[in-house]
Design a protein around this ligand. Sequence first.
Ligand SMILES: [Zn+2]
Length: 348
Amino acid sequence: MTVLGFWLLVGVALAGWIFGLPRRWLLAALAAVWTVIEMAHMAGWGAAFGGSARGWLVAGGLAGLVLAYRAGLARLRSRAVPAPVPVPADPGVTDAELDRYARHLVLREIGGPGQMRLRDARILVVGAGGLGAPVCLYLAAAGVGRITIADDDTVSLSNLQRQVIFRSDQRGQGKAQTAAAAMHALNPHVAVTPVPRRITDADIDLIAQHDLVLDGTDSFAAREAINRACVTARVPLIAGAIAQWEGQVTLYDPARGGPCLACLFPTAPAPGLAPPCAEAGVIGPLPGVVGSMMALEAIKHLTGAGQGLRGRMLIFDGLYGESRMIGTARRPDCPVCGSGLEGRAERS
Ligand SMILES: [Zn+2]
């Protein structure tokens, strides 16, 4: 039996497809044709279209149901929240590491890629004293892959008031080895190398093996030497300093436009003006505050999170609970990073 109405609908659909009719208009045209056929049947002269009033009604109803179902499905899909893209797990990352760094992994600024950068990073920490203690503990806890800790000193009773990485029964032991053992106990996933000696301006090769240096030494001569070596090796240096109730932290990075230590302090302070902590004293938690800031800046520097302290120095006054930021700038005539920097870089 030839059902003319059916071929009429097929013709309309074909024409709509050929002329690129929008889907909504095509459906309206098909519905109009179906309505005409159905009404013709009900009026008693629909035999020409074939079928029956009931048959066309059932067919139309079924088509309507299918269309309604698809429309509902599309609406639900458009409202659904897209599933979070899973962080592709490095084959070398264990479940224990994912668990350990979970609070980093959910941070937008760190996440999986940032944690990988921390794992691939090499940091040299100079000084395992008051500043070095929180620096070492937080960097190891954060999962910085390779940490070198340099210190030539041994643990003494007067250190324990602030150098919280050491224990009473470790008096007399080397600070570099003892700090390394504490870091390894805290996080066995990081590799720690103790260097039980001072870092001097001759340590350019050692510094060049690292992405970043953190200086927590407390003599101007030592800071000057580390600064010179870092400038020559073109390795950025995060420096913290503390005295009594006040501390400061900044990033020296002349290879990338920032100043170096000598740009800000071209000459050593007069004797007695900046005495070391042993003479001037220092409040116990202050190195905890400033050292934690150094570790925070190091993590930011390695992961690219936020804004670092290049060209800025943060000064913290613990006695009055105040902090302020001052701008710092590179000096073109700096004796350390000035005219000679480019030449040294080319030779290296
Ligand atoms: Zn300089």
